[in-house]
Design a protein around this ligand. Structure first.
Ligand SMILES: [Zn+2]
Length: 168
């Protein structure tokens, strides 16, 4: 692809017939759910999607995405570029019954009828790969340091103790 961007949508059935492979960038701007995680503008996403058919003739997508997103470090509150990667495999089915049967075997199955929103898939998989509390990979200065002589949660501990007594 000349532009170097992933297509907006792909029909998994047609793509599987063609054994399609697409590699390219993805614009972060329209990915509102992922952008909510970002501490500032910017960041980049690269992805790769490969389609094929499995032994049962079902369309299968194997995907990989890598992104560098500016996230807020939960330890020092500084912004840093977090490298996140996701790999996935989805099997496409045309009936709800097939979806149910396959899901029970632990396969990531996707009921669909029509084209696939590529940005949506990549966004969803990257969101799943993001840590709950992102931190600098190397050591950084914690923003909360214990105050000498006073435990910041001393009052809270007292409340908890009282609570426990009340529950008896
Ligand atoms: Zn940090």
């Amino acid at each position: 692809m000349e532009s170097g961007f992933l297509p907006r949508s792909i029909d998994p059935e047609r793509a599987a017939d063609q054994c399609l492979m697409v590699v390219g960038k993805l614009d972060l701007a329209p990915l509102t759910r992922l952008r909510e995680w970002a501490a500032e503008e910017g960041g980049r996403i690269n992805g790769r999607l490969v389609f094929a058919r499995d032994e049962q003739g079902r369309a299968v997508m194997e995907g990989h995405a890598e992104a560098a997103l500016p996230l807020l470090c939960q330890r020092c509150a500084g912004v840093f570029l977090f490298e996140v990667r996701a790999d996935w495999r989805r099997v496409f089915v045309r009936s709800k019954a097939d979806e149910h049967d396959l899901a029970e075997t632990g396969v990531d199955v996707c009921y669909h009828d029509g084209p696939l929103d590529v940005a949506d898939v990549v966004e969803e998989e990257l969101m799943l790969a993001l840590p709950m509390a992102p931190r600098h990979p190397e050591d950084c200065e914690p923003i909360l340091r214990p105050i000498a002589g006073a435990h910041p949660f001393a009052g809270l501990a007292g409340l908890l103790k009282r609570d426990r007594r009340d529950n008896k």
